[in-house]
Design a binder for this molecule. Structure first.
Ligand SMILES: Cc1cc2nc3c(=O)[nH]c(=O)nc-3n(C[C@H](O)[C@H](O)[C@H](O)COP(=O)(O)O)c2cc1C
Length: 360
């Protein structure tokens, strides 16, 4: 790439990252007519829990890493100045609480060393927390080099490398690159040559059982659902297509606003097909969604969009938000009479037909 093209590319990516943050803060970007289907899952109230709230232990191990609760902040950002503050605030909070975070796509940092600190700030403030590096499927299918993958991981001393699978977003995004030929082979190459675990994730459209199986077969260590029912990246890119006056992409954004596999359905489909750990995410909004995910077989959960607003304010705001979610999770555990996550995993739940239909 010549210097001029490189400069333009960096500017493009940085503007895009800022657009994503601002749109997610200012505009309605959540799924409209569809839900995660966690509302189709019910627990049975236990009026004789026989435990004290304060004795409840929410800690778990995920890929050998200890978390104080089965919960982390999902991949969001990096690249732009505002992103640095967001990553710093999230980093401080997850370090203090013993949780974890994933960074947004680090593609821009491969072109420009100057923006590395918008990502590495998270490791600086969170020396021991679980932190995931991130790169996109479109880059992987375009022949992403192992030496570049290593750079991204080293930049933040990452505990894992997330590969986001976002074909829907690439379609709607004005500068999108809907080129996914060879992506599975690229992921296999990463698995074979990287020391850290590779964790494929969606970006809010969900992963099917069949796709999860293919990913397990190439050796990934876990998958993250990132299902439909929460943040819609078709919505986010719709606003950008509208600004760019690209009519066909604007229409596509509207058509695909609610596209995808609802998170609860995606989680069950994946669990029915693979034995690797699954991270439940996409539209999780409270401790009840976290508890249901764990009972349905998830090893960990993640929330992205709900953390953006507090993260744009302060680390204390992020901490307060995360503490509330842990308090909600503990409350549900109290009402089920379970004192730790192993017991929560065994709790029975009821599934309504609308959710079971996805499993036919
Ligand atoms: C502002 C913002 C930026 C995001 N950027 C990325 C990204 O760079 N890489 C990625 O894997 N996912 C990205 N995501 C997707 C989230 O990780 C998550 O999968 C999705 O938002 C669904 O979860 P939610 O409903 O809790 O927001 C982003 C989400 C938001 C809100």
């Amino acid at each position: 790439m010549d210097d001029f093209n490189k400069e333009e590319k960096i500017k493009d990516i940085m503007h895009r990252k800022e657009d994503h943050i601002n749109i997610c803060l200012d505009k309605p970007v959540q799924a409209k007519k569809v839900k995660t289907l966690f509302e189709q899952v019910h627990f049975i109230n236990n009026s004789l829990p026989e435990i004290d709230f304060d004795d409840i232990d929410t800690s778990v191990k995920f890929l050998g890493h200890k978390f104080s609760a089965p919960f982390m902040v999902g991949a969001m950002t990096g690249g732009a100045e505002l992103a640095k503050k967001i990553n710093e605030n999230i980093g401080i909070a997850v370090e203090e609480l013993g949780l974890g975070m994933a960074l947004g796509s680090q593609r821009a940092a491969l072109y420009d060393k100057k923006i590395e600190d918008t990502y590495s700030i998270s490791r600086k403030v969170a020396p021991t927390a679980f932190i995931g590096a991130n790169i996109g499927g479109a880059q992987i299918s375009a022949g992403f080099k192992i030496e570049d993958a290593k750079k991204l991981v080293d930049m933040i001393d990452a505990d894992a490398l997330y590969t986001h699978l976002n074909p829907t977003q690439e379609l709607v995004q004005p500068e999108g690159e809907p080129k996914y030929n060879g992506v599975l082979n690229g992921i296999k190459n990463l698995v074979e040559n990287m020391e850290v675990p590779i964790i494929p994730k969606e970006v809010g459209f969900g992963i099917s059982g069949g796709v999860a199986k293919k990913l397990e077969n190439v050796g990934v260590k876990a998958v993250e659902v990132a299902g439909m029912g929460g943040t819609s990246y078709s919505a986010v890119e719709y606003y950008r297509a509208k600004d760019f006056k690209i009519n066909n992409k604007e229409d596509l954004g509207l058509m695909l606003w609610d596209w995808g596999i609802p998170t609860a359905a995606s989680l069950l489909m994946i669990k029915n097909n693979v034995n690797i750990p699954v991270v439940s995410s996409g539209g999780l909004r409270n401790g009840m969604d976290i508890a249901k995910s764990i009972a349905m077989g998830a090893s960990l959960t993640a929330m992205a969009w709900p953390v953006l607003r507090p993260a744009s304010e302060s680390s204390d705001a992020v901490k307060a938000f995360l503490e509330t979610k842990i308090y909600e999770l503990k409350s549900v555990m109290f009402l089920l009479g379970v004192k730790n996550i192993d017991e929560l995993k065994k709790v029975k739940y009821i599934v309504e037909p609308k959710l079971s239909q996805w499993l036919m």
